[in-house]
Design a protein around this ligand. Sequence first.
Ligand code: SAM
Ligand code: SF4
Length: 326
Amino acid sequence: MQQLTDNFHRKFEYLRLSITDECNFKCNYCLPDGYQRTHQKQFLSEAEIKNLVSAFAELGTKKVRITGGEPSLRKDFSSIISTVSNTAGIVKVATTTNGFNLKKNAQNWFDAGLSAINVSVDSLDARTFHLITGKNIFQKVMDGVDAASLAGFSQVKINSVLMKGLNDNNLELFIDWIKEQPIQLRFIELMQTGDNSDFFNKYHISGQSIKEKLLNAGWIQKVRSSHDGPAQVFTHSDYQGEIGLIMPYSKNFCENCNRLRVSSLGRLHLCLFGEEGIDLRDLLSSPDDKEKLKARIIASLGDKKISHYLALGQTGGTPHLASIGG
Ligand code: SAM
Ligand code: SF4
């Protein structure tokens, strides 16, 4: 089996595939004015997704995360899950969702072959949730989280971007919540993107300060395995849940990079904060182009940089994370 590696000996077994850049939320750090369509192009079709994932699988990809925008806005979402999960070599299919469609679909998605789910919940206070996301549906999203556990997902993960003065006072509430629940909370440090500089400067708090709070409260950092991505994970004997910290500004964050991204328009992004991306779309419509597609992916990896340059304020070509899939 071929294996995707780069010039820095990093191995890529994980694909983040965006299937739409549309979203129905207005998260203040991502799409504060709501989704604005900036192109007339069609998103990848299911047939293109099938060819793409099959090529990646033959290059050693084992896990695919389907993301967006909001992936569940696509009417064919369940069918896409099933296509990806039925691809030879793919052992795990995950998604990241804002939870809007979760309550009514958790069981369908699980049955279609989805093996893991991350739900974005930026606050456990309904009013703050509304303030951040522009949607007054906190309870509906939380019902969705419960529905996901009931459907059979063994560990639902909750993504939360902590922001100074907005929701950082929710930290204790979040931690109390996982005392009796086998949930993994993932606190993501706010990242600067092309569109959110002023917001970032006002609300960014360092993940390091949260890490210190956790260590002082008796949380213990888990030893990383070679397959782990960049999250630092903490456990505590009094808690059923776990806490993951994603700290893109920390030293050596990119050392453990194990992922590649493909946008909903079929561009390969070597980094969330890289430049324009490499167009793969001309090779996606026919399975006969698979070898050419694989060759283009392998050749592109030679350009993957050792790190992003976020600390220098360089956000690459990414206006917001909805554009290429966070
Ligand atoms: N719409 C889905 C959702 O919100 O879960 C999936 C796409 S969203 C871009 C994926 C994740 O990226 C979400 O958990 C979101 O909170 C996070 N995110 C978006 N913009 C971010 C930023 N500027 N900094 C840190 N995380 C961000
Ligand atoms: Fe939509 Fe997700 Fe961005 Fe929020 S973070 S606006 S839910 S894409």
